[in-house]
Each structure stands twice: as C-alpha cells, then as structure tokens.
Design a protein around this ligand. Structure first.
Ligand code: ADP
Length: 549
C-alpha cells in the first residue's frame, strides 16, 4: 500500500528539507546550541545541586521542542507529523511544569513536596491519556502537512498553561511580600520576570499558530531565547561562577564558526567557497585568541576573589582576637585592682603611724611602695577604661555640673604636688560655667591633663584657664615643660602613643591617658586638642564641652 505524502521531497537527516525556510536553521540552531550549552555548563559546575539539574532538564526540554518543530516543518510524511505534533504538545506542557518547578526550588531553596508534584502529574494525566486520540489531533492537511488540532491542544493545554502562569504570579507575589531584605526581594522579582517573559515568548507563537493556523508566526516563540539566556546568566552570576564571560565568548565563537561553516552547504560558486573558507579560518583564529584572553582575565579575577576571601577571613579572625584581648585585659585589670588597693591602703596606714612609730628609713621605703602602687592603679585604670571603650561598655551618668567648681576642687587636691615640684600655678576660672556631662569622667580627664603637665614640666609654671567660648566651655592647661615635637602631635591621642623620651620624665606612663580622655570627651559631645611650639617650648592642651542649654 503506497503512503500518502505531502507535496515536497522527503527530508535528509530528519530536518534538512526544501520546505523549511533556510533562516529557520539559524534561529533554531542557535536556540538549541545556546540552551544546551548553558544548561550543561551550569550542571557540570555542580552536578549535585537540584536547581542545576532542573535547569538542565528545562534546557533539554526546550531544545527537544525546537528540534521537533524543525522536524515537523521538514517532514513530508503525515504519520510523522501526527507523532511529532503530539510529542511537541507534551514537551510544551512539560516546559511549563519544569519552569514552575525551577521557580519554586529557586525561591524556597529546597525541593517541592511530593503532594505538589503529584498534583502537577494529575493535571498532566489527561494530556498523556488523550495524546494518541482524536481529541488531540483530528487529522492532517495533506497539502501543507499541518495538523488539525482539537480539544487537548486547543483548550486543555492552554488552560493548564494559564493556570501555571497564574500560580507563578500568586506564588511570587506572596514570597516577595514575605521576603526579608532587599537582596532576596530583588532575586525573587528578577527570577519571576525572567520566567514569565520566557514562558510568554515561548507560548506566544503557539497560541498565534493554533488560533490563526499561520505556523510561520510560531517561530517568533524563539525570540524568547535571549530572555532565557539572560535569565540563566543571572543565575550563573548569582552562583558566583564568573566564567559567564568565558562561556559567552565560547558560545559566540562557536555560533560564528557554525554560521560561517554551514555556508559551505549552500554556496555553489568556487570563488565564494574560497572566500568563505578564509572567513571560516579567520573566525577560528580570532575565536582562539578571544577565548584565550578571556580565560586569562577570568583566572586573574578568580585569583583576586580568592585573595579577597582570605583577607576577609583573616580580618574576622583578627577582630575576634581583638575582642578576646579586650576581655582578657578587662578581667586581668579587675583582678589586679583588689590586691593593689590593699597594698596602697596598708602602706598608707603604716606611714600614717596607725601601727605605731616606725623608723625613718622604713617610712621612706613605705612611701615609695605607696607612690608606686598609686601610679600602678592609674595604669590599671587606663587599661580597664580602654577595654571598656573598645567593648562599648563604658557607662555615662549625665548631670548638670558647675565646671569651674570641679576645676577648683581638682586644683585643691593637686596643689601639694605642684608645690612639691616648685612650679607656679596660675588659675583663672570664670564663674558659673555650667555643663551637662558625667562628673566623674570629666574629673578624670582634668586630673589626667594636670597630672601630665606636672610630670612633663621640670620648671616654670602651669596655667589653668576656664572660659565660655560661644556655646562651649573651654578649659586650657598650659605648661612650660618639655613640649611636644611637631611629628608627634598628630598621633598624640592614639593608643600607646608616647613621645620617644617621655619615659625619661615619667617611667610608668602607658600612652593611654590621652586616648581615654579623647574617647570620654567624644561620648560627651566634647573634644580635645594639643598645641606646642616644639621641644622645650611647653604645651597647651585644650578641652571643650558643650554648655548646658
Ligand atoms: P602617659 O603620660 O601615660 O605616657 P598620655 O596618653 O597621658 O600617656 O600621654 C601620651 C604622651 O603625650 C606622653 O607620653 C607624652 O609624650 C606626651 N604628653 C602628654 N602630656 C604632655 C605634656 N603636658 N607635655 C609634654 N608632653 C606631653
């Protein structure tokens, strides 16, 4: 029995036929190659990741769809059309099912529940069952080899596709609203837009084809491809596989070479064949250098990325160590403070003769013990303050303070020390300079500055002035001491900063006092700075705190 065939020649290799417009080989070929290339690329990078598997599935289904489309155009055998047309209908709904599967796993980060999978399968069952019946395709037009579609492709599959589209919109909208952080929201929005555009472009041609029966229009479905690729590219970048550029270059060269290469099948003229051969060789050589260049760049970039990651890890480790150090210093200082107070207390009591008369020589020794332990408590206090500042645990109690009174009180306490060093004291305090600050902390700063002036001034005078300057209270402590070198000045308020020969004048100094003063003032909206004409020229320290409003 001779078979009825459509009026053109049988195709070669299923797809090469006169009935297919030449342009289709390009549009379909590029679509298949790019989908498979990207699908495999992502999959091979990490084959175990579910999302990558689904992506490969989606790319494969899409490629099968494109191939079947080409085969249907090419064949002149109605039985083949019948079979492939049915297959393409099934593949099409599977593309939809895989798209939503992909979206779900992407957004949720885990596999879909079995119940949801069963639901999708149930919806697909009628299509599978009716595929070989007349409810799917009722006949073939012999003149064109086009199928006459009936219930399944005309109504059921479209309803299924619309349902999936609605679900995508509903799902993404709900997830977008619930998502925390701009990054996640952007990710959901992008993936949804990508999937919807892909599916729209994919079905556009089919819908038009089914409704108008102009199947050439169906080819426009392939214009969804760039969107698909763009959206895959986004995923790849999200996975930090920077080889996207390498892949892009490879795909470009491959496509270019294939396009030029396929010309050999169509060109008859020998001159053109030679010219095409030259173009082919050129595209290969150019492609080789392009890929090599991109590869090198990618390697360098990956290397920089690696270094940046290592640096970040090292930095985190250092921060952790720093934290540990602060905690240790804080603990140790606390432990030292107790015994130190006892030593100071008893030394002072013995010197004061609370335990009876003691020889003068012993009194001198005990006085030294008292002075040294006093200096040591200052050092311990500095350490404690620094660790509190670094851990953000310094507490402040703000009250209204008469700063003039506070300065005078400190001066009364320290006057004996000034006199002992035969220094002159010049005191000028404006009355009623009220500030809103922590009294204890402010006193600590003033004591520290006057103590420094004392330590670093062998002869001359110390001048303490308090005045209002605009909305600030300004306290100036000027001395005629060893001065500060210009190169030391900028770093003076940093931790452990001491002038080179500072230990000659004051052995026990830590270089922490000024740092603590700066931090204490900063927390009270004040500031501090130092001025000096240079070595041997004396120094001036100025403190400003806001006046009470
Ligand atoms: P310490 O006095 O314990 O070394 P500080 O932080 O109080 O620590 O001071 C840091 C450094 O600033 C001192 O070591 C010293 O070199 C310099 N300095 C501070 N005050 C004066 C001053 N009045 N005259 C000269 N140098 C000073």
């Amino acid at each position: 029995m001779s078979e009825l065939l459509c009026p053109w020649n049988a195709p070669v290799f299923l797809i090469f036929s006169d009935n297919v417009p030449h342009l289709f080989y390009y549009s379909h070929g590029v679509a298949i190659i790019s989908a498979l290339l990207l699908g495999f690329f992502v999959y091979l990078k990490e084959p175990k990741v579910l999302l990558n598997k689904i992506l490969l599935g989606l790319a494969t289904l899409f490629s099968v769809w494109v191939f079947l489309d080409l085969a249907i155009w090419a064949t002149n055998n109605p039985s083949f059309v019948m079979f492939w047309w049915s297959a393409i209908i099934l593949v099409e709904v599977l593309v939809f099912a895989f798209s939503i599967y992909f979206l779900h796993v992407f957004v949720e980060g885990h596999d879909v529940s079995l119940r949801k999978k069963q639901l999708i399968f149930l919806l697909l069952c009628p299509i599978i069952a009716l595929l070989p019946t007349q409810f799917n395709i009722s006949g073939i037009e012999l003149a064109t080899c086009l199928a006459v579609e009936s219930f399944v492709p005309l109504y059921y599959t479209y309803s299924f596709e619309v349902l999936i589209a609605l679900f995508i919109v509903h799902f993404s909208f709900a997830k977008y609203r619930k998502a925390v952080g701009a990054r996640k929201k952007r990710e959901i929005a992008l993936i949804t837009i990508g999937i919807i555009l892909f599916l729209l472009a994919f079905s556009y041609g089919n819908i038009i084809g089914s409704i108008t029966t102009d199947w050439e229009l169906a080819q426009y479905g392939l214009f969804g491809m760039p969107v698909f690729i763009g959206f895959l590219a986004y995923l790849i970048v999200r996975y930090q596989l920077f080889n996207i550029r390498l892949l892009g270059a490879q795909a470009l060269v491959f496509t270019l070479a294939s396009l030029v290469g396929t010309q050999f099948f169509f060109i008859q003229n020998p001159t053109n064949k030679i010219l095409n051969g030259i173009a082919f060789v050129f595209s290969l050589v150019f492609g080789y250098f392009l890929i090599r260049g991109v590869k090198r760049e990618v390697r360098q970039r990956e290397y920089i990325e690696k270094l940046a990651r290592e640096l970040k890890a090292a930095n985190e480790h250092l921060t952790e160590l720093d934290q540990l150090k602060s905690e240790f210093v804080s603990l140790a200082s606390h432990q030292i403070r107790g015994p130190l107070t006892a030593i100071k207390g008893y030394a002072s009591m013995v010197v004061q003769r609370d335990y009876g008369v003691i020889p003068d020589r012993l009194k001198e020794v005990l006085q030294t013990i008292f002075d040294s332990s006093n200096a040591l408590s200052v050092v311990v206090q500095d350490f404690l303050d620094v660790s509190r500042i670094e851990q953000g645990k310094m507490n402040f109690e703000f009250t209204n303070i008469d700063l003039g009174k506070l300065v005078e009180d400190v001066m009364i306490e320290l006057r004996p020390n000034i006199e002992k060093k035969h220094l002159r004291l010049v005191l000028s305090v404006e009355p009623k300079v009220m500030v809103y600050a922590d009294k204890g902390k402010l006193k600590q700063v003033i004591e520290n500055l006057i103590d420094n002036a004392l330590k670093y001034t062998p002869k001359g005078y110390i001048e303490v002035r308090l005045a209002r300057v605009e909305h600030m209270a300004r306290l100036t402590i000027k001395d005629t001491g060893i001065g500060i070198r210009p190169q030391t000045l900028p770093n003076l308020f940093q931790k452990f900063s001491r002038q080179e020969d500072a230990s000659k004048a004051n052995i026990l100094g830590t270089g922490l006092g000024l740092y603590v003063a700066k931090e204490l003032l900063r927390a009270q909206c004040g500031h501090i700075w130092a001025e000096s004409e240079g070595e041997g020229q004396g120094s001036t320290f100025t403190v400003e705190v806001p006046l009470k409003m």
